[in-house]
Design a protein around this ligand. Structure first.
Ligand code: MN
Length: 419
């Protein structure tokens, strides 16, 4: 694919290139929330494009669908409509297209991203977190159990996951308080209560469900892609000391549900299509319902930075979404194989994405190896876990043959525990 020419002045190396055109929800000043699309450092207001008649020819049952505080109703129109809108905006930006470029009301369409408030792109009904990076599961298993048998017997037979909490998923820029809870030291007889001393990030990707399924309906790996609307960066905040004490036998609870952070721009599955790659060979062979054909991994660069208060950022992790053992269609097929129904706006997260190198691990737990190898930041301070007033920034972008499709960032400051 050769680079597309546009009359719009896209900045060099922007995540929000003409190949991307992700959807989001924004609020300009005191005006009501509406749907927009990121272009360079600006947003195109889809309500205005609609009002100017620039979507004429694309059937929208309810033309006010873009005046909304979430994309759920728009997504419900189906991929035929949502991709027609995206491709129409792309066409409006083509060099030779004058419809918007020469429109007398063109300036009404554009807003500076840094001058508006972003909202969560979808109303998230349910949230599921997987545990699908082999390196991550191996690291955690080695630290807490036995390096020789780091993976539990089920791990290579099914994508392990748990149901998380949707109410505490927040948009990038929302600060979170350090959680309080119970912890118990190994040599203590009883637990104590107080602020977590081991707040950690988890570098993850999440995909958003774009199609309702029925209770009792299993979605095959071959049909799963139809149900995936798009992707977000996801930080699954974790309190390791709370987690260690509480997780047996039912798994994560208060160590996880105090907050998870997502990026604002919902990058469509179509935009990521050119960056698909093969995943690892799965050995032993998986059961038939988890077998798949085609490419379902993504070559998507990921990074995590820590910025202490009033200090520069230090990149502490460089990973890639391709480092997954279980892919999205397997996760979706497994999630529904028992008849569990999915709804538009549900969010399925990958699990911590750790690569093979020590600087590609997707959590502080692994990067600083349970506190035994603290990381040095550029301001000279060290970290085993996240300190109060640290800001953690996750970024993600794919690049190939002059095309760049990125997510921007998800940025979260950790505040002191509430009194
Ligand atoms: Mn997680």
């Amino acid at each position: 694919m050769s680079p597309l020419n546009s009359w719009y002045p896209f900045p060099m190396d922007t995540d929000f290139s003409i190949y991307n055109l992700p959807f989001g929800i924004f609020k300009p000043g005191r005006a009501s929330a509406r749907a927009g699309m990121a272009v360079g450092e600006e947003i195109m207001d889809l309500t205005i494009l609609q009002e100017l008649g620039l979507f004429d020819g694309i059937f929208l049952q309810d033309p006010s669908v873009f005046y909304a505080d979430a994309l759920n109703d728009f997504i419900a129109l189906g991929k035929e409509t949502t991709s027609a809108i995206r491709l129409r905006v792309q066409q409006l930006l083509f060099l030779e297209n004058e419809e918007l470029k020469s429109h007398p009301e063109r300036s009404k369409v554009f807003f500076k991203q840094n001058a508006v408030q972003m909202l969560l792109p979808v109303r998230i009904g349910d949230y599921t977190d997987f545990y699908s990076s082999e390196q991550h599961a191996t690291n955690v298993g080695s630290m807490f159990r036995d390096p020789a048998n780091a993976l539990l017997p089920n791990w290579k037979h099914l994508p392990v996951g748990y149901h998380g909490r949707a109410s505490s998923i927040v948009i990038s820029g929302t600060a979170l308080h350090r959680p309080k809870g119970q912890t118990k030291a190994d040599d203590a007889a009883t637990p104590t209560f107080g602020p977590s001393k081991q707040v950690d990030f988890e570098l993850e990707m999440a995909f958003v469900i774009g199609k309702n399924s029925d209770l009792g309906e299993a979605i095959s790996t071959g049909h799963a892609a139809d149900s995936i609307f798009g992707f977000l960066l996801f930080n699954d905040w974790s309190a390791r000391d709370l987690q260690k004490w509480e997780y047996v036998p039912l798994g994560p609870f208060l160590a996880k549900n105090f907050g998870s952070s997502v990026s604002p721009w919902l990058v469509t599955a179509e935009a990521l299509e050119p960056f698909k790659v093969a995943g690892p060979k799965q050995e032993p062979e998986v059961l038939p319902y988890l077998q798949f054909s085609g490419l379902h991994h993504y070559d998507l660069n990921l990074s995590v930075s820590i910025a202490p208060k009033e200090s520069a950022e230090t990149v502490v992790c460089r990973s890639n979404y391709r480092h997954m053992y279980w892919n999205t269609v397997q996760q979706l097929a497994h999630h529904t194989v028992n008849g569990c129904n999915l709804r538009i706006g549900d969010l399925l997260a990958s699990g911590t994405i750790s690569g093979p190198e020590a600087d590609s691990y997707g959590s502080m737990l692994e990067l600083a190896w349970k506190g035994s190898k603290p990381l040095k930041l550029s301001d000279g301070s060290t970290r085993s876990f996240i300190h109060d007033h640290d800001t953690v920034v996750i970024r993600g972008w794919a690049e190939k043959e002059g095309m760049r499709v990125g997510f921007g960032e998800v940025r979260t400051e950790v505040l002191p525990a509430k009194d």
